[in-house]
Design a protein around this ligand. Structure first.
Ligand SMILES: [Cu+2]
Length: 197
C-alpha cells in the first residue's frame, strides 16, 4: 500500500494550523494604556494611563496618573511644564520628623525602570503645578510636557476633576511659598525656576 492517502490529510492539518496562527496575530499582551487622551508625540517608549489633575481655583495643584516605560532602558523624567501653570515641579511626598506628610522636589527627577511604571498619585509622587494663571475647572484638559534625560520629551493630556485629598503640607510652608527650596529662594511670578542644585 502506498502512504499517499495519509499525506493530503496531514498537509490539510498543517495548513489549518498555519491559518489559525495567521489569524490570531500576536496575543496583544501590551494593552496600550486605557486612555482616550494620550498623545505621545515624541517618545513612544512612554505611555500614560488615567492622567488627571486636581481641580483648583488658584495657587497650586497636583497632576497624577501612571506612566509606563515600555522600553528596555530606564527613563528619567527631569522636568515638566504645562500651559496651566507657570511652573511644574516633580514632587515626592516624605514623612517629616514630626510625622507630617510633606512634599518636596524630587532630587534627580523621576526614574522609570525599564519595563516598569511610575505611579503619580495623591500622597506620593506627583506633578506639582505652581502659580496657576487661572482656575483649573473640572472637565478641563491640561496638557503636560515631560522632559526626559537625553533630550526627549513626552506630552500627554490630563483631565481635571474634583478631589478632596492631596492636601499634603509643603516643606517650609510656614515661610510662605518657599516650597522645598531650603535656600529660601522666594518664588516670584516672574517665573524663573531656581534650580536648587
Ligand atoms: Cu507637591
Amino acid at each position: 500500500m502506498s502512504k499517499n492517502p495519509v499525506y493530503p490529510a496531514l498537509s490539510l492539518l498543517a495548513a489549518a494550523a498555519l491559518a489559525l496562527t495567521g489569524c490570531a496575530p500576536a496575543a496583544s499582551t501590551q494593552t496600550p494604556a486605557a486612555s482616550a487622551v494620550v498623545d505621545s508625540t515624541a517618545t513612544d517608549a512612554l505611555a500614560v494611563s488615567q492622567p488627571w489633575v486636581k481641580a483648583a481655583t488658584s495657587g497650586m495643584t497636583g497632576g497624577f496618573g501612571v506612566i509606563t516605560n515600555t522600553s528596555g532602558a530606564d527613563i528619567t523624567i527631569t522636568g515638566a511644564s504645562s500651559p496651566a501653570a507657570r511652573t511644574v515641579e516633580l514632587h515626592e511626598t516624605v514623612t517629616a520628623p514630626t510625622g507630617a506628610m510633606q512634599m518636596q522636589a524630587k532630587e534627580g527627577g523621576f526614574v522609570i525602570p525599564a519595563g516598569g511604571e511610575l505611579r503619580l498619585e495623591p500622597g506620593a509622587n506627583h506633578l506639582m503645578l505652581m502659580g496657576l494663571p487661572g482656575p483649573v475647572t473640572p472637565g478641563a484638559e491640561v496638557t503636560f510636557t515631560l522632559e526626559l534625560a537625553g533630550g526627549g520629551s513626552f506630552e500627554f493630556t490630563a483631565l481635571a476633576k474634583d478631589f478632596s485629598g492631596a492636601n499634603e503640607n509643603y516643606v517650609g510652608e510656614g515661610a510662605g511659598m518657599s516650597h522645598g527650596q531650603p535656600s529660601g529662594t522666594a518664588e516670584s511670578s516672574a517665573g524663573a525656576m531656581p534650580t536648587s542644585k
